[in-house]
Design a binder for this molecule. Structure first.
Ligand code: NAP
Length: 338
């Protein structure tokens, strides 16, 4: 497996593994199967694993904890990322977040226990707390680095201003943002900021929550408990519109002899060497397919063709369902230090 480097020389597999769907949001899953996928990921070198305390809540970290406890030597072979800061993600309710220093410490202690590990390789603030100056939150995260509980620091859904301020307190190694063929907002300010500061960019939902792979052809393909059914881009009208984009991408992928998922990941990798996508899957077959995308190179002509396809079709629907409180948590800013 090819490697890439995030900020401060943190080396990870060029394509990581998002573990969220193994425990939450995307319908049923099976623990024995999840453990098989994790084994396979380790075997083929997809070693950069992503979780969060809110996935489940807690059960996704517990799954990884069970994995580490039962596979001797596994922990040392992996780069483990987890996150803190979101307390509630129920649809229809405001999301609750906490970036206060005392909470950062408690959340880290709790994650270490659930994960059954001595340290976390990359610790992200999952959502920026709009009530707490970023300097205070990152100051507390930096203490965890000093104590050896955490190796590198990251932020998720931060504005470029927040990233700059955080980076002045302690070097930030990775920023995790939604970034994919149908979510390109980071290209305006966040990606250039990461490039300038030498910070890795970790695209989450790099397959458009599965939609860009072409595997979801109708809403009925999703279980009734699937969170995606609530999301704007999966509402019927948007779904039908966006399917035209997917069909065009699939046709292009077929001509190239790759899958649409591989095309989507190869496109991200081509944007900058500091980009490391973390596709999520509960399938060993898809895991291998996604990993192979790290070897898939796109020519300038192909990149231009993709831009033209995106421009021709456009995307209907916001990334998240509409909620004014939730919007303050995307590309978020914080108050200045008093
Ligand atoms: N920072 C944040 O706020 C945030 C938000 C969302 C996600 N994340 C992280 O990012 C990771 C990835 O994002 P995501 O899971 O939302 O979306 P994603 O990676 O864009 O898509 C995952 C979906 O695609 C399907 N899939 C994966 N590979 C496929 C392939 N080759 N062909 C067809 N379908 C395929 C998966 O189905 P199966 O599982 O059935 O294979 C799953 O339904 C998460 O696991 C999580 O760790 C972070």
């Amino acid at each position: 497996m090819l490697q890439r480097q995030l900020g401060q020389g943190f080396k990870v597999s060029a394509i990581g593994l998002g573990c969220m769907g193994m425990s939450d949001f995307y319908g049923d899953s099976d623990k024995a199967n999840n453990l098989r996928v994790l084994d396979e990921a380790r075997d083929i070198g997809v070693s950069f694993w992503d979780t969060s305390d809110i996935y489940g809540p807690h059960t996704n970290e517990q799954l990884l904890g069970e994995y580490f406890a039962s596979r001797s030597g596994a922990r040392e072979q992996l780069q483990l990322a987890t996150k803190f800061g979101i307390l509630n993600t129920k649809v229809g309710e405001g999301w609750k977040v906490n970036g206060r220093p005392e909470y950062v410490r408690q959340a880290c202690e709790d994650s270490l226990k659930r994960l059954k590990v001595e340290h976390i390789d990359l610790y992200y603030q999952h959502r920026i707390d709009p009530d707490v100056p970023i300097e205070e939150t990152v100051g507390a995260m930096a203490e965890l680095v000093k104590e050896g509980k955490v190796r590198y620091l990251g932020l998720s859904e931060a504005s470029h201003r927040t990233i700059e301020r955080a980076h002045r307190v302690h070097p930030i190694s990775a920023v995790q943002m939604e970034y994919s063929l149908w979510s390109r907002e980071v290209e305006a300010e966040v990606l250039p900021t990461c490039q300038r500061l030498g910070i890795g960019l970790v695209p989450y939902s790099p397959l458009g929550r599965g939609f860009l792979t072409g595997a979801i052809r109708q809403r009925a393909d999703l279980q009734s408990s699937d969170w995606r059914l609530q999301m704007p881009r999966f509402q019927q009208q948007a779904f039908d519109h966006n399917m035209q984009l997917v069909d065009a991408l699939m046709a292009m992928a077929e001509r190239k002899g790759v899958s649409a998922a591989q095309l989507a990941l190869a496109w991200l990798l081509a944007q900058d060497p500091l980009i490391v996508p973390i596709p999520g899957t509960r399938s060993t077959k898809r895991l291998a397919e996604n990993a192979a995308a790290s070897e898939c190179l796109l020519s300038d002509a192909e990149l231009t063709e993709i831009s033209q396809v995106l421009q021709a079709h456009g995307v209907e629907g916001d990334r998240y369902y509409s909620n004014p409180q939730l919007e303050t948590l995307l590309f978020a800013d914080t108050p200045e230090l008093a």
